[in-house]
Design a protein around this ligand. Structure first.
Ligand code: NDP
Length: 448
């Protein structure tokens, strides 16, 4: 820990004691508090009025049992979570993650990050996150439906279009959102925009599916342009092959880059001719198969077991789009050694603090998740606006708004970094710009 400020050092110790066994949450808080050192020197009122003490404590943690019946008639029991972290600037907003690794610490880290990310979008949304240790992989559609219905039976008591509006995340895509929405409507007898990422026929927004991946590339493109470069002619490596990774690939390719590698939690593919995205979409979105199947139809490509090997593939730009802490120090060093010049995070917290240090020390352009992957939640907020107005915008309209939001986030983060004496450090810039708006709203609302 590198705190010069005693108050922040003590607060960090308190967070660790109060939230034992939750290293991902500690990591997320530490990164934000470190960035805030110069801010509180200028604005001691954030300490005096308890804003920083409050912002690291969730407003509410909901934890519940999710019993459901599998296809063999056996009762299965999972655990559900919703953490309503901060509502200073709007209703809680953030995705639901269904993955066996989910526990309270993961949801807390994601909910905490969401506060600042949502603030950066410039839209009126607070921070929240939820999920379950349920694993949708290998389950039948009917099992997924029964699980979602049970999950929503409890969750529906705590959410609402003006209170808390969940969306998707790992393991929660269009299918799961549909089942969750159907159950909410049935329980509450109301047709509201209580979830985002809905199907287009029932209130979804065009371009929401593409938004996180597209937004990541719009942000990266703005950062590249500001540094006299672009995607054109660059070689790109993208981890993951889920929602974020697929649409990051599509947009990076549209902007003139060649994506040569993608992965899933078993291994990665390398295709020197450029990954055939239509094939990846068919395998992952339609057939729900493993990425290794790619080489069956593309014998010229290679498949390698294990996910971290992907960071040894030579590239100009790396877009980690799978999961937290997927790039450690050794992987970061491999990227640097192979000439990578840009890392932009599509997943949440995919680089360890040591990896970020390696990138910064070697002068790479580094775009942190909070800023770079905010396009998903921004478009979710646009879906909320359309639902409230009972209107829908065209794909082009939503995409144009997304583009402007991402370019603004880049410029705001870059400006905040410069104002606080850390020019080019977008980690600090994003944390500071995201924090200031929420902190000022909290100050104005008093001790609540
Ligand atoms: P998906 O479930 O659609 O895809 C996740 C991808 O990451 C899959 O390829 C999956 O492989 C891989 N993956 C998941 N867990 C691991 C792991 N432990 N190790 C290696 N690979 C793993 O999720 P999304 O694309 O929606 O989310 C990806 C990341 O982006 C997450 O960090 C999420 O929080 C973040 N994010 C998502 C947003 C969205 O709008 N969807 C918005 C902002 C951030 P496999 O198929 O083998 O599980």
């Amino acid at each position: 820990m590198n705190f010069k400020n005693v108050y922040l050092a003590d607060l960090m110790e308190k967070v660790k004691k109060r939230n034992p066994g939750e290293p991902e949450f500690h990591q997320a808080v530490e990164e934000v508090l470190e960035s805030l050192e110069p801010v509180i020197e200028k604005h001691p009122e954030y300490i005096e009025k308890g804003v920083i003490d409050s912002i690291v404590e969730p407003e509410r943690i909901i934890k519940f049992r999710v019993p459901w019946v599998d296809d063999n008639g056996k009762v299965q029991v999972n655990r559900g979570f919703r953490i309503q972290f901060n509502s200073a600037i709007g209703p809680y907003k953030g995705g639901l993650r269904f993955h066996p690794s989910v526990y309270e610490g993961i949801i807390k880290f994601l909910g905490f990050e969401q506060i600042f990310k949502n603030s950066l979008t410039g839209l009126p949304i607070g921070g929240g996150k939820g999920g379950s240790d349920f694993d949708p992989k290998g389950k039948s559609d009917m099992e997924v439906m029964r699980f979602c219905q049970s999950f929503m039976t409890e969750l529906s008591k705590h959410i609402g279009a003006d209170t808390d509006v969940p969306a998707g995340d790992i393991g929660v895509g269009g299918r799961e959102i549909g089942y969750l929405f159907g159950q909410y409507k049935r329980l509450r007898n109301e047709y509201t925009g209580v979830l985002t990422g809905k199907g287009i026929p029932f209130g979804g927004s065009l371009a929401r599916t593409e938004a996180t991946g597209f937004g990541l590339c719009y942000f990266t493109d703005a950062m590249l342009k500001d540094n006299g470069s672009s995607f054109a002619g660059k070689t790109v490596v993208i981890s993951g092959s889920g929602n974020v990774a697929i649409y990051a690939n599509q947009k990076a390719t549209e902007l003139g880059a060649k994506v040569v590698a993608m992965s899933d939690s078993n291994g990665y593919i390398y295709d020197k001719n450029g990954v055939d995205l239509a094939c990846v979409k068919q395998l992952k979105e339609v057939e729900r198969k493993r990425i290794k199947e790619y080489v069956v139809t593309h014998p010229e490509a290679e498949y390698h077991e294990g996910c971290s090997g992907i960071w040894g593939v030579k590239c100009d730009i790396a877009l980690p789009c799978a999961t937290q802490n997927e790039i450690d120090e050794a992987s970061a060093e491999k990227l640097v050694k192979n000439g990578c010049k840009v890392v932009a995070e599509g997943a949440n917290m995919p680089s360890t603090p040591e990896a970020i240090h390696v990138f910064q020390k070697n002068g790479l352009l580094f775009a942190p998740a909070k800023a770079a992957n905010a396009g998903g939640v921004a478009t979710s907020a646009l879906e909320m606006s359309q639902n409230s107005m009972r209107l829908s915008w065209s794909f082009e309209e939503v995409d144009a708004k997304l583009h402007d939001i991402m370019v603004n986030i880049y410029h705001n983060a870059a400006a905040a970094a410069e104002e606080y004496g850390m020019k080019g450090n977008l980690v600090a810039g994003a944390n500071i710009a995201g924090f200031l708006k929420v902190a000022n709203a909290m100050l104005a609302q008093g001790v609540v």
